[in-house]
Design a binder for this molecule. Structure first.
Ligand code: PLP
Length: 426
């Protein structure tokens, strides 16, 4: 039987028969008139319902320090929530800012501040540099890249491996070019690869020599607590590592409750050296007299403790782990052994990263679209939307109900097989 012979090893007649089979399967798929969507890295309604108790809170209006949360003030956020997330993120409370609902806004603010004023260790504002370059591990988070594009910051890519970015490549780029001012990194269950940066790689990034004195690691720990298995990854301790290596102001960490409570009404966090925190709140104060402390208070009461956050995340896991298992089951059943694709088996986070045959990702996405299945545009996980090998597709299974994940993944498998056979026969 040829059922599991890699397609590339099949004879021309075998391949033609295979392609004809895929065309029939695809025609049948199109005939079903599906309307499915695997593009959105959003929590499902069932996950939002887990935090319904937030809507009954807060009880009372004062925080642990006796501050009336309804009033102005307290730019750095309320004490008990800073303490709670300091413990979760392995940093000190005075290193944490609890802000508004979006950590992405905090990232943009940090870049604006760097641009207009420079960092605590800068020689001048970044806008006065001839050129600013960022290192971008790929595949990565599309909004990180579009944000840099908005500034006109140049992007150089390095591969994102299972244990973090290619650290030799990063050290080389940062070491020889003073225009290289920083890098993005999603250290835990990265978007979209699910990679977890090891303590060794984090230590290397913290300690490496950089040509720019004010090199920044924007450490976006959006999925720090978002485990899909009982084997819970612990994020590398970047602030301590950097301080120990003599570069205390290098990392700026971000996190949020967007995928813990409500994606549109959670709390964002920034964590960094105390000097960096002072720098950040100093600039923040030009545009705000204080965050939504009422929302912060209800979050603190809802969780109760750092363990309360961990317990809450275990409930999320019960909702979404079966969807990831379904993606894995269908990809394995339909594609394994055929030499047509590889994919990640994430232990946390929100995504599966699917690599198809070079030069077929855009075709797969197009075929899926014509059959009523929306996939993230091919290339979205690369700067300027350009995947040089046209092979990567980001799958986001959390939002649709389980039956729709199954249907959509069966359809994706059919599209991958058709696109591959087209390519091999071309
Ligand atoms: N960072 C990463 C890596 C993400 O994947 C996302 C959302 O998809 C965000 C940040 C957005 O965070 P927030 O909702 O706190 O703005």
């Amino acid at each position: 039987t040829t059922a599991r012979t890699p397609l590339a090893e099949r004879s021309a007649p075998e391949l033609e028969a295979f392609a004809a089979e895929q065309e029939r399967a695809y025609a049948a798929l199109k005939g079903r008139g599906l309307a499915l969507d695997l593009t959105r890295g959003k929590p499902a309604a069932a996950q939002l319902d887990l935090a319904a108790g937030l809507l009954e809170l807060p009880h009372g209006v004062k925080d642990a320090s006796g501050v009336d949360t309804r009033n102005y003030g307290g730019l750095e956020g309320i004490k008990e929530l800073r303490e709670m997330f300091a413990e979760l993120l392995w940093v000190e409370p005075e290193q944490v800012v609890a802000g508004g609902s979006s950590s992405l806004t905090m990232m943009r603010d940090v870049l604006v501040d760097l641009w207009l004023h420079g960092a605590v260790d800068s020689e001048r504002p970044w806008s006065q540099e001839e050129k600013v370059t960022f290192i971008c591990p790929v595949p990565g988070y599309d909004r990180h890249f579009t944000l840099l594009e908005w500034f006109g910051i140049e992007m150089v890519t390095v591969p994102m491996n299972d244990d973090g970015p290619d650290v030799e490549a990063v050290a080389e780029l940062a070491g020889r070019d003073a225009s290289v001012k920083g890098m993005w990194l999603v250290p835990t269950y990265a978007n979209p690869t699910g990679s977890v940066v090891t303590q060794e790689i984090a230590a290397r990034l913290a300690a490496m020599e950089t040509a720019a004195p004010d090199f920044k690691i924007l450490w976006d720990n959006a999925y720090a607590f978002h485990h899909l298995t009982e084997d819970e990854a612990k994020s590398a301790d970047i602030l301590s590592l950097a301080a120990a290596a003599g570069h205390p102001h290098r990392p700026i960490m971000f996190a949020s409750t967007s995928k813990i409570t409500f994606a549109g009404a959670g709390v964002g966090f920034l964590a960094a050296s105390v000097e960096n925190v002072r720098w950040y709140t100093g600039h923040l104060g030009k545009g705000s007299i204080g965050p939504d402390k009422v929302n912060q208070l209800r979050h603190a009461q809802f969780f109760g403790s750092p363990q309360g956050v961990r317990d809450h995340m275990a409930k999320h896991r019960l909702v979404i782990a079966p969807k990831f298992a379904e993606v894995e089951r269908i990809l394995t059943e339909r594609l394994s052994g055929l030499g047509v694709a590889t994919w990640t088996r994430p232990r946390g986070g929100y995504f599966v990263s699917l690599d198809v045959l070079d030069g077929t990702a855009a075709r797969v996405v197009q075929l899926a679209k014509e059959a009523g299945i929306a996939l993230t545009p091919a290339g979205a996980s690369f700067p300027h939307g350009d995947d040089p090998r046209d092979r990567n597709i980001r799958l986001a299974p959390t939002f649709p109900p389980l039956e729709q994940v199954s249907e959509a993944m069966e359809a994706v498998a059919t599209c991958v097989l058709l696109a591959t056979s087209e390519k091999l026969l071309a």
